[in-house]
Design a protein around this ligand. Structure first.
Ligand code: IMP
Length: 408
């Protein structure tokens, strides 16, 4: 059985924690997109793990994880990350596999990424990890793949500095590389989790283009980047926060505004620890945007939503949520496709009573205070999608399941 976990907003929804939670019963975890631009935080028994390239299942001692074909991999960042988790007591050898079709991020791509962003008509505020440049090289059919570098004839086509950079990694990467199609065939009857990166609003096709990343964050990306076909996907879990955040530039209709919302952004940023795991940048914060969330459900066949960070609202008297956009005086519940419209969209807000209760110790959905349940059930009605999992804290155990997981 194949379950895909994606971010349903602009990334940083808590996918790492959710994949870690779900991985307990999985046989394999496959990451299908992105690169070291991602930052997945996992907290277990008080220990914090910060992952950028390695799928979240690595924290379990018996799980194998795969870096899929849709990923772009910086070898330097990969082995640095493996060293850090090894120092934290994780034995990763023989447990980390890499698709031989995944592309390699070369050092100059990172430089070009930063320079290009400054020169863009609309600078995106990229993470500077060479992501867009590597995907461009891929689309331009001039990229360097994991499987290519074991081939002497291919290496001969590279420049001296490129060969020098790759030399220390060739053997190590060869030992980890796998033809993912046939690996997935072996796991056909097993439980496989596909972990997305970023969020669907940063997806190259369905996101807020051009303010997007260059990989496929949408669930469809699991099919190409994870070594399976589209009808092999059984369930899609869309992870979203009880509010919204965005890192970098680009439209954000429900963003908090001081004139309207006072210092709500500072409050949410501090309680929710909304600083980038990869770049340390403060995240922009805003109301939960249900127009965008419903769009995420429609474009990704989300079978179940997963709500995180609801506990960040524990102290609030009142909570608002965006239920429509006002664009030039016209109300709409459709998510527009252009920056022009999104930049003009003002959120139409609906207010909910706060619950004024600490949620992190609650283990069971039925035991949640009524106002919290009202908030969740309104989201379900609006999006037409059940909220199957609710996370009330950073720890693995602070998670409530409302649906059977590995059942078709
Ligand atoms: P890039 O992926 O480095 O090219 O950056 C493109 C845009 O995506 C920028 O606005 C980044 O801030 C954003 N971005 C990339 N990865 C993440 C992520 O994992 N979480 C949140 N934003 C991200």
């Amino acid at each position: 059985m194949n379950i895909v976990v994606i971010g349903a907003q602009w990334g940083d929804e808590g996918k790492g924690k959710i994949v870690d939670f779900l991985a307990e019963d999985a046989d394999l975890v496959v990451r299908f997109s992105g690169g070291a631009n991602a930052g997945h935080t996992i907290v277990n028994e008080g220990v914090t793990y910060k992952l950028h390239l390695i799928p979240s299942g690595i924290v379990y001692p018996d799980k194998k994880v795969v870096l899929g074909s849709g990923m772009v991999i910086d070898p330097e960042a990969l082995f640095k990350e493996l060293q850090i988790i090894e120092d934290q007591g994780i034995a990763w050898q023989q447990r980390v596999l890499i698709s031989d079709r995944a592309h390699i991020v070369m050092p100059e791509y990172k430089k070009i990424d930063k320079e290009m962003d400054k020169k863009r008509r609309n600078p995106i505020g990229t993470t500077g990890r060479g992501i867009g440049v590597t995907y461009s090289m891929k689309a331009n059919r001039d990229g360097i793949r994991i499987g290519d570098i074991s081939n002497e004839a291919f290496l001969d086509t590279l420049r001296q500095d490129e060969k020098q950079f790759l030399a220390p990694y060739i053997e190590k990467l060869r030992a980890m590389s796998v033809n993912i199609t046939y690996l997935m065939e072996l796991y056909k009857e097993k439980k496989v989790l596909f972990e997305g990166a970023q969020g669907i609003l940063l997806d190259l096709d369905v996101g807020t283009y051009p303010f997007v990343s260059s990989g496929y964050s949408a669930s469809a990306g699991a099919a190409l980047g994870g070594g399976i076909g589209p009808t092999d996907i059984d369930k899609v879990f869309g992870v979203f926060k009880a509010y919204s955040t965005r890192v970098g530039n680009g439209p954000f209709p429900s963003e908090f505004k001081t004139e309207r919302d006072g210092n709500l952004e500072d409050i949410i940023r501090e309680i929710g620890r909304e600083y980038g795991v990869t770049t340390g940048r403060p995240r922009r914060c805003g109301y939960l945007d249900l127009v965008a969330l419903k769009y995420a459900c429609l474009t990704n066949s989300i079978t179940s939503l997963v709500m995180t960070h609801i506990d960040v609202y524990d102290e609030m008297d009142e909570i608002s949520v965006c239920v429509a956009y006002d664009i030039n005086g016209k109300e709409t519940i459709e998510f527009p496709s252009t920056t022009y419209e999104l930049d003009r969209a003002k959120p139409v807000l609906k207010r909910f009573k706060g619950w004024k209760t600490v949620l992190s110790s609650i283990k069971d959905y039925d035991a949640l205070p009524e106002p919290a349940k009202n908030y969740i059930e309104f989201i379900e009605d609006y999006t037409g999608t059940p909220v199957g999992i609710v996370s009330v804290g950073y720890e693995r155990k602070e998670t409530m399941m409302r649906i059977p997981l590995w059942k078709k």
